[in-house]
Design a protein around this ligand. Structure first.
Ligand code: CAA
Length: 264
C-alpha cells in the first residue's frame, strides 16, 4: 500500500493472477485527492512488480460510481502554482503508461473528469449499463489536467473529443461503446465485477511477455512515426521468438494439448 498516506483511499486485492485496485472514497464518489493520487500510483507499481500478478483491474467502491473526478472540495485557490504543478506534473495518471501489465478499468456509475482520465489511461474499459461518462472541466473554468485532452482524441477521434470537451455533455454506456470510449458493456451492474475478472483471467492465461509487448507496441507506436512503430513492433516480435512460452505454444499446438505457460 501507499507510503506517506494516512487516509486509506485505495484498497488492493489479489486473486489468482489478478490484482485489483479499488478507488475507495465512496462517500465522495471516489473523488481524487492527493492521498488517492499517491496510493493509486503506489498500488499499480506494487502489482506491476509482483511476479504472481498478470493483469490489473481498477474499479470504484460504493454504489455511486467509478470516480467523480478531482476532489473539487480539496482544491485550494491558495495553492501555489508550484504546488499545483507538483501535483499535476509529471502527470500522475501518466504513471499508468509505465505499467507493463494490462490494466482493465471496470466502470460503474459516474466516471467524470479525472475519473474518465484514469479510465482512459487503462488499456481496456468495460462499463456497467448505468455508467455515465463526461469531462466537465471547461464548465469549471479549467481543462482536463490528467491527459484528457490528449487521450480522448486518440481513443475516439478529434471531432468527438472536442464535442465532449467543449460541451461537457455526458454519455451513457451504450453511446460510450458506440464511439469506442469503452470496448465492452457488461450485461448488468451486478455482473460487472465477474465479467471484468473473466476478461482479466482470459488475458492472464496467455503468455505474459506477449501481452506486455503487445501493449508496449500498440501504445508506444502512437507517439512515433509509422516507420518507427513498425521497427518497434519487429524488435519486440524478435524478442518474443526467443521465449520459452513461444516454444511451448508451438509445441502444445503440434501435440494438440493445452499450453502450460510460465511467463519465461
Ligand atoms: N469532489 C469532491 N466531492 C465530490 C465530487 C468531487 N468531484 N463529486 C461528488 N462529491 C461528493 C459530493 O460533494 C457529495 O458529498 P456530501 O454527501 O458530503 O455532500 C457526495 O460526493 C455525493 O455527491 P452528490 O450529492 O453531488 O450526488 P449527486 O448524485 O447529486 O451528483 C454528481 C453526482 C453528478 C457526480 C455530482 O456530485 C457532481 O457533479 N460532482 C462533480 C463532478 C465533476 O465536476 N468532476 C470533475 C472535477 S474536475 C476534474 O476531475 C479534472 C481536473 O482536475 C481539472
Amino acid at each position: 500500500m501507499a507510503d506517506n498516506v494516512d487516509e486509506r483511499v485505495v484498497s488492493v486485492g489479489r486473486k489468482d493472477k489478478i490484482g485489483h485496485v479499488v478507488l475507495d472514497r465512496p462517500g465522495q464518489i471516489n473523488a481524487i485527492n492527493n492521498a488517492l493520487r499517491t496510493s493509486v500510483g503506489n498500488a499499480l507499481r506494487e502489482l506491476d512488480g509482483d511476479p504472481n500478478i498478470a493483469v490489473i483491474i481498477i474499479s470504484g467502491a460504493g454504489a455511486r460510481g467509478f470516480c467523480a473526478g478531482a476532489d473539487i472540495k480539496d482544491q485550494h485557490a491558495s495553492d501555489s502554482l508550484l504546488d499545483l504543478r507538483r501535483n499535476l506534473l509529471p502527470g500522475w495518471i501518466d504513471a499508468f503508461d509505465q505499467i507493463s501489465k494490462p490494466i482493465i478499468a471496470a466502470i460503474h456509475g459516474y466516471c467524470l473528469g479525472g475519473g474518465l482520465e484514469i479510465a482512459m489511461a487503462c488499456d481496456i474499459r468495460i462499463a456497467a449499463p448505468d455508467a455515465v461518462f463526461g469531462l466537465p472541466e471547461t464548465g469549471l473554468g479549467l481543462i482536463p489536467g490528467g491527459g484528457g485532452t490528449q487521450r480522448l482524441p486518440r481513443i475516439v477521434g478529434l471531432g468527438r473529443a472536442l464535442d465532449l470537451l467543449l460541451t461537457g455533455d455526458r454519455l451513457d454506456a451504450q453511446e460510450a461503446h458506440r464511439i469506442g470510449l469503452v470496448s465492452r458493456v457488461a450485461s448488468s451492474g451486478e455482473t460487472l465485477r465477474d465479467e471484468a475478472y473473466a476478461l482479466a483471467a482470459k488475458i492472464a492465461g496467455r503468455p505474459a511477455g506477449a501481452s506486455a509487448y503487445a501493449k508496449e507496441a500498440a501504445k508506444g507506436g502512437l507517439d512515433m512515426s509509422l516507420a518507427d512503430g513498425l521497427r518497434l513492433e519487429k524488435d519486440l516480435f524478435v524478442l518474443l521468438m526467443s521465449t520459452e512460452d513461444r516454444r511451448e505454444a508451438a509445441a502444445a499446438f503440434k501435440a494438440k494439448r493445452p499450453p502450460n505457460f510460465t511467463g519465461r
